[in-house]
Design a protein around this ligand. Sequence first.
Ligand code: HEM
Ligand SMILES: [Cu+2]
Length: 626
Amino acid sequence: MAHAHTVKRYTGLMDWLTTVDHKKIGILYLIGGGLFFLLGGLEAILIRIQLMYPQNDFLDASTYNQVLTMHGTTMIFLAVMPIIFAFMNAIIPLQIGARDVAYPFVNAVGFWMFFLGGLLLNVSWFFNGAPDAGWTSYVPLANNEYSGKGVDFYVLGLQIAGIGTLAGGINFLVTIINMRAPGMTFMRMPLFTWTSFITSALILFAFPAITVGLVLLMFERLFSANYFDVAAGGNIVLWQHIFWIFGHPEVYILILPAFGIISEIVSTFARKRLFGYSAMVFATALIGFLGFMVWVHHMFTTGLGPIGNAIFSIATMLIAIPTGIKIFNWIFTMWGGQYSFNTASLFAAGFIPTFVMGGVTGVMLAAPAADWQYHDSYFVVAHFHYVIVGGLVFGLLAGLHYWWPKMFGRMLNETIGKFSFWTFFIGFHMTFLVQHFLGLWGMPRRIFTFLENQGLDELNFISTIGALLMGVSTIAILVNIAVTQMKPRNAPADPWDGRTLEWSIPSPAPEYNFKQIPLVRGLDALFKEKIEGKKEMTPAEPLGPIHMPSPSILPFTMSIGLFIAGFGFMYARWDFDNGFLDAIFGHYIVAGAGLLITLVSMLLRSVFDDHGYHIEVEELEKEVHA
Ligand code: HEM
Ligand SMILES: [Cu+2]
């Protein structure tokens, strides 16, 4: 018999600060990641304006270093990762027929840690300057001697954001293993769920490495340890190994979910089941595994010797095999299908050739002798932007247009959408295609200006125009969102004639997702029902009360505590020339106060039992007939 608990419900801002609903957290991730994406994009434009003309003085060298570092760091950690998490949150529970993620509270903790860690990183602009040692923070450049206070913000901001990512990754592993609807075997899981599953596993193994690295760098900078100080017996190559043991898998953490999104969209709009489903699954797993075996290709030029270089070169090239399998399977899915073009499917189609070009230059870079030439030139910049923007960002934009109706209950405008696709596509290739040649012709990366008449003038100019065109596209996307937001909320449950479970429930999904958990009878569960003439899923359980978790402010306060503690640690030994500030920051008082807020929040979470609440059957039935 159902027992009613008191229902805690908040409205307005409090609703968002306390929510533990995966769909709302998905929206929060989209807003947070979206804002950082705009910031990182603005930084990219500043970089490109500085490089528009030779010997330009739009930015000085030191500001340039900060903008460059923050562009890379923001894009990787604070923009594209959270947007991936936005889709994982919004869609995975729906795709596997679940009511929520396994740990809704931890899910909220993950979001707030990311957001406040990212905020900490970015407030550095207003305190003694932003990080300036590159997104890789190589030592000794990142040591106190050579870099500014900003690197402390990098170390602590990323540490806090990293806790959030790790928590999110673990949550999705458990969710996907434990919460699948009856009949949803692993080999019936949609590809987006599969790739997110492997990505979560990669997060679990890769993030501890960067955490350890950041702790070492923190000790080095804040407490004068000597891990990387050669004069004191430290080793600088150690940082590179730790960083790239994390950093290379990170690239796959980013790209695999995009592969999943592309798979969903290609098969939906080709109106065919995905070609080679099981090969796709195994290729994903293989890419994930090999992703950990190749980090040394970032260090070919550090002088590891021919044997090491050869092994890692071959391992790197092997990744082209499963990746090639995926590319061919997408093409075979489209082949003979009736591929229809709208904004989402255009981004998905544009992804394929663009990503392939990034893959080809990747294989070129994987040959150590050739890498000796390309290393630290604009060729590398072109390569990784083809992969990361041409692959991942195309995938995210495809997903955005595809799932927008499910997340917000409104259909985006197709005309503006197609305009944003074409400006983005053309702008992207204009920006980055020419950078291959800039690199081959000798332009080094991470420089704030170049001399005129070295053969670099025209292509740099073209590259900047392309970047501005991508800016136009971004504005068009924002306009599209604003226009759409003013329309009524009338998106159908299944606007694309979809194949997977998220399209079997209303748009946007009700707070409990599925009134009754569905019974899954095959791959493309919804489509299977449709071809048998049914309009909805067969339920796997009788209608009954649904148990929901209570909202809570504690994830937010926990993260606020760490945010404050971050400041405390950074400025504990700082000389403020101000007695009051010196007194409260000295002796780690602010640091302690911040940690206390976090610990008390954790304590409150463990001592107060909160059993959540129920949505009763009467209420569920009411909503159906409404
Ligand atoms: C879409 C427009 C973008 C433009 C025009 C752009 C432009 C640039 C430029 C000019 C550089 C400087 C290269 C150098 O001097 O080494 C750079 C670096 C970088 N970009 Fe982008 N970028 C864009 C998007 C992205 C995205 C979406 C990501 C990641 C998700 C990204 C990640 C990076 C990274 C990691 C670096 C290296 C930073 C460093 O060396 O510290 N970029 N970008
Ligand atoms: Cu790599």
